[in-house]
Design a binder for this molecule. Structure first.
Ligand SMILES: O=C(O)CCC(=O)C(=O)O
Ligand SMILES: [Fe+2]
Length: 272
């Protein structure tokens, strides 16, 4: 008799639960959507974070995202999303990946960047280890810095999934995509991270693909709102709906890496 093997799939939502430590257990729970986020307060020293955020605001490689709803946010170095389905742009992205990692690392010199620290912690805590994500055999960039201008920049409700940006064979078997953000500068008021703790619907996905965000009025209130402080680390599922509200006072500067989970026995892959 032919046996029907049920594919292991995720729930399309996560509970409103936040862990405050990064370790094997919390990473596993996050990857299985058994918690909604990991929020480690004071992950990175505030004084180094503050010095780098000043350099980031004036950085010569500060550019803007391509799409309508995200173009208000500045970012240092080209992220993968800006090369989606475009061979020429992908060649540029991979061609400058390692140089860009080194450029950003130099901003923190002589210290390790918060994303470098996370890369090592993932290698140590995830049973299958962790490495830079390759796409078609080429290394990805990792460690983008995002600059949100006070009262101007925001991210509308959206999701991020690299399997909607690339069909590289390395992505086969991916089970979840999470994102780690470390805040180098954070406003007193505003600049909140909103998490809906659910996947977007198929209809919402089409809208997000066109303009890279939903109108906030068109979705229900978020399930969880986190106000990050300078030096904090937050990791959450980027496949689920999330948004950033405008800062009401200072700049908001974050350093981020996406992380692919392929199950406990395979290395995680990270990129920006
Ligand atoms: O800056 C943040 O808090 C999160 C930004 C975001 O949309 C992401 O990291 O995917
Ligand atoms: Fe996002």
């Amino acid at each position: 008799m032919k046996e029907f093997q049920k594919e292991i799939t995720h729930a399309n939502y996560a509970p409103i639960a936040v862990a405050h430590e990064l370790n094997t257990e919390t990473l596993t729970l996050l990857s299985e959507r058994k918690i909604g986020a990991i929020h480690v307060k004071g992950f990175y020293p505030k004084d180094i974070a503050g010095q780098v955020s000043l350099k980031a605001i004036d950085h010569p490689k500060l550019g803007y995202y391509n799409k309508k709803y995200t173009s208000s946010v500045g970012r240092i170095c080209m992220p993968h999303i800006d090369s989606e389905w475009n061979k020429e742009a992908a060649r540029k992205y991979h061609g400058e990946a390692v140089e860009n990692i080194h450029d950003i690392r130099s901003l923190f010199s002589p210290y390790a960047t918060p994303i470098d620290q996370i890369r090592l912690l993932l290698q140590e805590y995830w049973p299958g280890g962790a490495n830079i994500q390759n796409l078609y055999g080429h290394k990805c960039f990792v460690g983008a810095i995002r600059v949100f201008k006070p009262s101007v920049s925001k991210f509308y409700p959206h999701h991020d999934r690299i399997d909607e940006e690339s069909d590289a064979p390395e992505l086969n078997g991916m089970k979840e995509q999470v994102v780690a953000n470390v805040y180098l500068q954070a406003p007193e008021k505003g600049g909140d991270l909103q998490l809906w703790l659910r996947d977007p619907t198929e209809k919402e996905k089409i809208l997000i693909r066109d303009v890279e965000g939903l109108l906030p009025e068109s979705v229900e209130p978020p399930a969880l709102v986190i106000h990050p402080k300078q030096g904090d680390l937050i990791i959450f599922s980027s496949r689920m709906l999330h948004a950033v509200t405008p800062s009401e006072d200072s700049y908001r500067v974050g350093m981020a890496a996406f992380i692919a989970c392929y199950g406990l026995d395979r290395p995680m892959g990270y990129w920006s």
